[in-house]
Design a protein around this ligand. Structure first.
Ligand SMILES: Cc1ncc(COP(=O)(O)O)c(C=O)c1O
Length: 426
């Protein structure tokens, strides 16, 4: 067995496990106590003290002005994209090396993804690849001079109009007014030949390692493109001392069971925007007008609010987040040291000027054949390992998408393996 030593090393990190999962939740604080409190008080649903408390804790921890808890990270992304002004028929730039939720949320808005490459050091969106694609394909035009005929969505692709349009003006008025609220300059980026707006850019902090987000935000600002950071995997990760998810117009987090901390299922929208923060809360809570007993709604909203029972878990998990991060960092350092002595396996540590949460540890095998062999041997020996997601640009639904040069993404996908990364209980 070629990878026997690596399997033994991973087993030594998790000595009391027969089957070693990739990432399992770590409950070591007040989880049971807070859950029991929800049941005792009957506040298990979308109203309750834990939802507000959880939002406060995440706000304080990340430094975002607004944090709005949602049922999962995908719902948070959907809302963030709508608030960024994404409309049916638009194009949204993202990376092919991501989880399907990124592209699903773009599709829920009736928009289409455009794929640019990732960087080899961060595995997140490459600012160079982004800039290159924008230079070749995009121009900035005045919103007023932009013709409606250019933004008609494909009938088969559209999922309907954005709920942000309260009245029923013409479609062109809707497109303009939504965009104007977030782009007061009235300039938008448009694909030169397709004449479709590029209404958002969604970089992702892959496996918890921050991408070069400041450069991405700077490039997008020149093109008047709002950035929605998919920081689903990067709670506890910082770029240049600032928490991921707080660089763009909006960011999102996920608290799915496999994440650094979990609420069972859950997500969060982050923003500093005084208008979009309250609006995010409004449309994730069915757009109900506040009133002690009357039910009145002023727009089409979503039932996306995180239930109290999930938020209770979130509060307890936030209390032990630092312990979890320190534990995961120590594991990462041990992996780094071990793989330094293994030929043909590269361990991916945190990129420069970053603090990573080391959500899922990453190694790169020599080539695709070795990747397959490593996956086979480890999984056969009850050590769970996984390749990266199949590139989004290769999936049936997105295979005809517009793409830049994706050679780094392809190389990474061919060689990458995630190795067990759960908190180690000592
Ligand atoms: C990159 C990325 N985006 C979005 C999501 C969606 O989060 P959720 O599973 O909470 O819907 C996830 C994780 O699951 C993710 O890894």
């Amino acid at each position: 067995m070629k990878y026997k030593d690596t399997i033994s090393f991973i087993r030594s990190l998790y000595p009391d496990k027969d089957f070693i999962p990739l990432h399992e939740p770590y409950f070591a604080g007040n989880e049971k106590k807070y859950l029991a409190d929800c049941i005792d008080t009957t506040f298990v649903s979308s109203v309750g003290k834990y939802v507000d408390r959880f939002e406060e804790m995440v706000k304080e921890y990340t430094g975002a002005k607004y944090a709005i808890a949602t049922v999962n990270g995908t719902a948070a992304l959907h809302i963030a994209l709508l608030l960024a002004g994404v409309q049916p028929g638009d194009l949204v730039i993202t990376q092919p090396l991501t989880f399907i939720a990124t592209c699903n949320a773009i599709s829920y808005c009736g928009a289409k993804p455009v794929f640019v490459d990732v960087d080899p050091d961060t595995m997140g969106m490459s600012p160079e690849s982004l800039e290159c694609w924008l230079t070749e394909n995009v121009e900035v035009v005045s919103l007023n001079s932009f013709e409606l005929a250019d933004v008609q969505p494909d009938a088969a692709f559209s999922t309907g109009r954005s709920p942000l349009n309260r009245a029923q003006p013409t479609q062109q008025d809707e497109v303009r007014s939504t965009r104007r609220s977030i782009q007061p300059s009235s300039l938008i980026a448009v694909h030169k030949t397709l004449r479709r707006p590029i209404s958002a850019c969604v970089p992702m902090h892959t496996f918890g390692h921050p991408c070069h987000i400041d450069k991405i935000v700077e490039i997008c600002a020149r093109y008047h493109i709002p950035v929605v950071e998919d920081s689903a995997e990067s709670l506890g990760s910082y770029y240049k001392d600032r928490h991921t998810g707080t660089f763009g117009k909006l960011g999102i987090l996920s608290f799915n069971g496999n994440k650094t901390i979990t609420t069972g299922g859950g997500g969060m929208v982050l923003t500093d925007d005084e208008h979009l923060g309250p609006l995010a809360k409004h449309i994730t809570t069915t757009a109900k007008k506040p009133h002690p007993w009357k039910f009145e709604h002023d727009m089409v909203g979503y039932n996306y609010r995180l239930p109290n029972v999930n938020a209770a878990l979130g509060c307890a998990q936030m209390e032990i987040l630092e312990t979890i991060l320190a534990n995961k960092r120590e594991t990462a350092m041990r992996y780094q040291e071990f793989f330094a002595g293994i030929p043909d396996i590269q361990y991916r540590t945190e990129p420069a000027q970053s603090i990573s949460n080391f959500w899922l540890n990453v190694i790169l095998l020599k080539d695709h054949i070795q990747q397959e062999l490593f996956l086979k041997e480890t999984n056969a020996n009850k050590v769970m390992t996984r390749p990266a997601w199949r590139l989004m640009s290769e999936l049936e639904m997105f295979k005809n998408s517009i793409c830049g040069d994706l050679s780094i993404s392809k190389e990474i996908a061919d060689r990458l393996v995630n190795i067990p990364s759960s908190c180690r209980v000592e």
